[in-house]
Ligand binder design. Structure first.
Ligand code: AMP
Length: 190
């Protein structure tokens, strides 16, 4: 089982991911979280990614794909599959993912798109920056990340729409309501 949780930065992917992996026993693969850990530990990958993450740009696809392949080698006895959070962020990443899954005779079950308007996204990220000190949650980087989302990541929607694996959910409702809608969709796509 492979579920993708998709949406702009600040849309609630992280919050919903924690609930989803708990309920469906999935391995949570957040490319952002992996990159932040690599940066914190100053690994070669972390050092290469730092400039991109801190300036709100996407980390190059080759670095991300290598990282993802390692993360997806998960223990089938422990998990029912993977929840991808923050990946894919470009059409090239989506194509590479589906190719990788096909080689394993698998495919993505569904991409769940959490839609939140830009004003609310900015409000949430500023708040998160204050609460967590996350260095890319500051106004100029937030603007850059939203530009990157609209120009490079939004086309991923069309890719999954064309595969008939796309679902839209209003991400401005309460955490509980959004989670209920997500569960309904996951169960329709098992
Ligand atoms: P996130 O925590 O998902 O908002 O990701 C934080 C930052 O990590 C992004 O702004 C990018 O710089 C980088 N990043 C995370 N996932 C990806 C990805 N799939 N492709 C490229 N860059 C990524």
């Amino acid at each position: 089982m492979t579920i993708i949780i998709f949406g702009a930065p600040g849309c609630g992917k992280g919050t919903q991911s924690a609930l989803i992996v708990d309920k469906y026993h999935l391995k949570h693969i957040s490319t952002g979280d992996i990159l932040r850990a690599e940066m914190q530990n100053a690994t070669p990958l972390g050092l290469r990614a730092k400039h991109f993450v801190e300036s709100g740009q996407l980390v190059p696809d080759d670095l991300i794909l290598d990282m993802l392949m390692k993360a997806m080698d998960c223990d089938g006895n422990t998990y029912n599959g993977c929840l991808l959070d923050g990946f894919p962020r470009t059409t090239a990443q989506a194509e590479a993912l589906e190719k990788l899954l096909l080689e394993r005779k698998q495919q993505t079950n569904v991409l769940i798109d959490l839609e939140v308007n830009d004003d609310e996204l900015v409000r949430r990220m500023i708040q998160r920056g204050i609460e967590t000190g996350r260095t890319d949650d500051k106004p100029e980087t937030i603007r850059k990340r939203l530009d990157v989302f609209h120009s490079q990541t939004v086309p991923v929607r069309d890719f999954y729409q064309s595969l008939d694996k796309y679902v839209y959910i209003d991400g401005t409702e309460s955490i509980e309501t959004v989670f209920e809608h997500i569960c309904k969709e996951i169960e329709l796509h098992l």
